[in-house]
Design a protein around this ligand. Structure first.
Ligand SMILES: Cc1cc2nc3c(=O)[nH]c(=O)nc-3n(C[C@H](O)[C@H](O)[C@H](O)COP(=O)(O)O)c2cc1C
Length: 337
């Protein structure tokens, strides 16, 4: 079957081909090495991204942050995202990224968290475009790999108009290879709906590729975002948390194919693999935290998922998780529920 009309070709960011043009959003506390690999192995994703990493800690060599920079070739194409307030510090962290040679370096200008905004980083840079421009120019000079910038519609603060078109043009003029826009203001955080009409406007204003982001939960949403806005790529975030198979179904929909839903056995195998990696690689306290949060999300839609989540919230040793999960699944398979 042919791809439906209106579906864009593979996305090119600098010299890197992103095929299909579907991107895993950077998500702090979620898109670590293990999760990126899980999403990659399921398939259908064109580019995966690390969670944002603080430039200040990178240039000071803070160990837990340096550890987060680990990736393997199986994850490629892969973006490393950096954030900070000081253009010079950002330049130095871009130099570190360049040496690691991921496929893309991404600058975060969209984070709305108060802790980040107070420090004049993330979306606060949309309130100080001269500083944003200095930062982009310095990072660009450090990098031979493609550079992208991820931002929002604007700060949303009173008296500050939406300025994404201005920031988009600055990016283009300074040699940025593509931009991603989450179609909300920083003030909105995640409230309201993403205003996709602004994605269409940004796409019309720029020659470099535009990646659209915000409220894509299903393959149909992704097709609609491509068709309604003309964006070159679609980035998906929160939907992947409970449904890591969403990329596989969306890629199939883009190609005009249908794929079967994952079987319960496939879901279980995925959870088992992820858990084994966490138990192997993480210190016990962090392992416990990660097992709880990932299992909490993965069990959405499983039979009696709520009872299982209650049970795992009571576990206090990482090695108890897999047996608890397996017992639960066995019990519900046996009772036919
Ligand atoms: C738990 C969580 C962590 C996030 N961390 C980051 C981050 O590190 N860098 C970033 O640019 N955006 C981050 N975001 C925003 C997402 O990348 C994305 O822009 C946003 O969730 C909107 O897309 P969605 O509607 O598909 O979720 C985060 C979002 C969530 C839910």
């Amino acid at each position: 079957m042919n791809a439906p009309p209106g579906v864009p070709p593979p996305l090119r960011i600098g010299g890197v081909t992103i095929d299909p043009p579907l991107l895993l959003a950077p998500m702090a506390g979620v898109t670590d090495h293990h999760f990126r690999l899980i999403v990659r192995r399921i398939g259908g994703v064109g580019l995966v991204s690390m969670e944002f990493l603080p430039a200040a800690a990178m240039v000071r060599g803070i160990e837990p942050v340096l550890r987060k920079l680990h990736f393997t070739d199986e994850e490629r194409p892969l973006a490393i995202q950096i954030y900070g307030r000081d253009p010079e510090e950002m330049r130095r962290s871009a130099a570190i990224v360049e040496r690691l040679r991921p496929d893309v370096c991404d600058i975060n200008m969209g984070c709305p968290a108060n802790k980040i905004l107070k420090n004049c980083a993330g979306a606060a840079l949309m309130g100080d475009l001269p500083r944003a421009a200095r930062m982009i120019a310095l990072c660009r000079r450090e990098l031979t790999i493609p550079l992208t910038v991820k931002f929002r519609l604007g700060t949303g603060r009173t008296g500050e108009p939406l300025n994404y078109l201005e920031l988009g043009r600055i990016c283009e003029d300074l040699g940025v290879d593509a931009v991603t826009m989450h179609a909300r203001t920083a003030k909105q955080m995640y409230r309201g709906r993403a205003a996709w009409e602004h994605l269409a406007r940004l796409k019309q204003a720029l020659r470099i590729p535009v990646i659209g982001n915000g409220d894509v939960r299903t393959p149909d949403d992704a097709l609609r975002m491509f068709a309604e806005t003309g964006v070159d790529g679609v980035m998906i975030g929160r939907a992947v948390l409970t449904d890591p198979f969403v990329f596989r179904r969306t890629a199939a929909a883009l190609a005009g194919r249908h794929v079967a839903e994952p079987t319960p056995a496939e879901r279980l195998e995925l959870i088992r693999t992820h858990f084994r990696w966490i138990l192997r690689d993480e210190p016990p306290r962090l392992a416990l935290h990660k097992l709880r949060s990932f299992l909490g999300r993965y069990t959405h839609g499983l039979p009696e998922g709520r009872a299982l989540r209650r049970r795992i919230s009571e576990l206090d040793a990482p090695e108890q998780f897999l047996p608890a999960l397996e017992q639960h699944l066995l019990a519900h398979a046996a009772s036919g529920r």
